[in-house]
Design a protein around this ligand. Structure first.
Ligand SMILES: [Zn+2]
Length: 383
């Protein structure tokens, strides 16, 4: 009885914003009076417990290995050991993952170590991107110094620059002022990337739902319950649209620099908007890392989008797990229907394959990355 009351109490703030649920609650109170209470409690699963098994019977095509060798443009391996790298290569071979891009190379000595342990031992299997150090952000001349460091990192083997999501959101100057995504202080860095033909893979903002109130209308309610720290409340963060406007201004300011906006630029839930972004900025590309469920819930739109913007989209996975790539293969290579996604907190919905023709699959899997990232051996890939 005690625990039941606690649950009702905790659930109330969420329900308060939900007229429908409140009405349902009143109806249930009546029901409880007529039904023995323990039985009722058992019959109402929590959102986490509710795992309905689909009764749909339809053709399934499990794809354990990509149809073509591919490049994962979005992976993270911090300071890997030689043993970890050996294991990675063995696993990569099982799924036709030809080249993995490690976005977490760091800078300076750390970058050198990561290049040595990955590329040094498997020259054709890994690419390492550098990251910026913000340690001296508050010392005048930061941008020029960061650009010089990046140039050195490139000499040491870096083939791109990754900007993490704290940029624009959590990164602040000593006076407390937020570093804006289009802060001119960083212009020397973006210019240097253009000059060296170095792609910038940049993560700006988060899914827009993280900026919205955490209530029962929020599409990512479950994820925010599991990870409350992912919420971006207005008291602490700029609005989603502010970050997007700053980001687009950055893209406009540096037309000679190629940007890969991570995670479908967080417009996976609005492909028309993403199309407009591509139309406005020819220097912008995206990866599909960790946002497959956005495409998988709109297979017709996703298919047509990939046909139209076939030169702008790159294969990526984000958090590495060799067993999770098969959802990407199945979505891109088949027309399977209504299958379960691998992360319920990203998508409580099921997804659909949006099979694209082989020539487009090749672009997404490797050709677009080969064009953008300097120094990958193209001979390992079919024409
Ligand atoms: Zn990432």
């Amino acid at each position: 009885m005690k625990s039941r009351r606690t649950i009702t109490f905790l659930a109330f703030p969420l329900m308060a914003s939900c007229g429908l649920l409140l009405a349902g609650r009143a109806a249930r109170t009546k029901l409880i009076q007529a039904t023995p209470e323990p039985q009722q409690a058992q019959q109402t699963p929590t959102i986490e417990e509710y795992q309905p098994k689909s009764t749909l019977v339809t053709k399934e095509h499990r794809v354990e290995r990509a149809k073509f060798p591919f490049i994962d443009i979005h992976s993270h391996h911090w300071n890997p050991t030689p043993g970890e790298v050996d294991r990675l290569v063995r696993e990569m071979d099982t799924i036709n993952l030809r080249v993995m891009v490690n976005l977490s190379g760091g800078t300076g000595e750390q970058l050198q170590r990561t290049v040595d342990v990955m590329k040094g031992r498997y020259p054709n299997r890994f690419v390492v991107f550098a990251n910026l150090s913000y340690d001296d952000l508050n010392t005048p001349g930061y941008g020029a110094r960061a650009a010089t460091r990046l140039e050195q990192d490139v000499k040491n083997g870096a083939q791109g620059l990754k900007i993490f999501k704290n940029f624009g959101m959590d990164l602040k100057y000593a006076n407390g002022e937020r570093v804006h995504v289009d802060d001119p202080e960083f212009d020397p860095v973006w210019r240097k990337c253009g000059e060296l033909k170095l792609p910038v893979l940049i993560h700006v903002a988060e899914p827009s739902a993280f900026f919205d109130p955490w209530d029962c209308n929020n599409e990512r309610w479950l994820e925010l319950k599991e990870f409350p720290g992912r919420a971006r409340p207005p008291a602490k963060y700029p609005p989603f649209e502010t970050l997007i406007a700053e980001r687009n201004h950055l893209f406009a300011k540096h037309p000679k620099t190629n940007f890969i906006a991570a995670h479908l630029a967080f417009h996976g839930n609005d492909l028309e908007r993403l199309g407009k972004l591509f139309d406005a900025y020819p220097n912008v590309y995206v990866d599909i890392a960790a946002v497959l469920a956005e495409l998988g819930r709109q297979p017709y739109s996703a298919h047509d989008f990939l046909i139209k913007y076939q030169d702008r989209v790159l294969m990526g996975k984000d958090i590495y797990d060799v067993n999770e790539y098969k959802w990407y293969f199945r979505s891109l290579e088949t027309r399977d229907e209504y299958f379960e996604y691998y992360r319920k907190r990203h998508a409580f919905w099921r997804i659909y394959g949006f099979q694209v023709p082989d020539d487009i699959l090749k672009k997404v899997y490797y050709k677009n990355a080969l064009k953008l990232v300097p120094g990958i051996d193209a001979k390992a890939f079919p024409d």
